[in-house]
Design a protein around this ligand. Sequence first.
Ligand SMILES: C[S@@+](CC[C@H](N)C(=O)[O-])C[C@H]1O[C@@H](n2cnc3c(N)ncnc32)[C@H](O)[C@@H]1O
Length: 280
Amino acid sequence: MPEGWVWDETLYRGSAPYYARGRPPYAPGLADRLAALIPFADGSRLLDVGCGPGILTLPLAPHVAEAVGVDPDPGMLAEAARRATVAGVANARWVQARAEVLPAGLGRFRAATFGQSFHWMDRERVAAAVRRLLEPGGAFVLVADAKEPRADPGDPDLPHPEPPYEAIRGLIREWLGPVPRAGQGLLRHGTPDGEAAVLAAAGFAAPERLRLPAGGVWVRTEDEVVAWVWSLAGSAPHLFGERLGAFEVELRGLLRDVSPAGRFADRPPDTEVRMWRSPG
Ligand SMILES: C[S@@+](CC[C@H](N)C(=O)[O-])C[C@H]1O[C@@H](n2cnc3c(N)ncnc32)[C@H](O)[C@@H]1O
């Protein structure tokens, strides 16, 4: 959990409908690579913890007998269920819970995935609890966007301007204050790293690592860039309260200054995977 920050259920309030179309996609082929690495067998089950709108759950579901997505945010789960129906995924179910207080009777899993969610949790507690739910040799998997800057800022081959990230962050600071917000609290010290030590303390051995290269150019509409802003905990819709519409007008003005045609292009980040095996 971030230092000096207390979790509350407003963390992603209002973000869910924007999340899947706002966030950069994970690297192409991620689900197949994960499935081969884990690997799944007949009857294997998946637990996707902090599943959001099913970003990892849905592409992994065809590889397992059952996928269980867990998230405390009811909006995220409603969106996950809606997207499952659209995608024709019938073997996923959705459980509203914090990872720290998983309900009894979930059963055992071949793998537990955490897509950019572990840093919001009481990691020591969750690692220990999830270890008990994994089959021997089962996989504890962290998936994240690579944090390092991409190799080619200001890429001359992009067909449209890049979203003005710095100006957007500046506008969010202007409206919400200089210290990043998250739920009802402030993220004074960012979000934690050091996952290897947390997993080691829970009895997992050293991780296997995989970095999957991003897909090609990512073209986005103005609406999709706005959706990216709403998808972030630090600028989730609830944080603006009644000023949400006024903020959106300014945000769109900023975007139109950069791209009057309302088209942006970018290169999504690589995807990083770290996988620990349960000793049983
Ligand atoms: C950044 S989103 C990630 C969504 C998806 N897993 C992905 O890969 O894009 C983080 C998700 O973690 C969930 N989350 C935050 N704190 C949590 C906790 N303590 N237990 C379970 N899920 C949590 C949030 O509700 C949110 O849906």
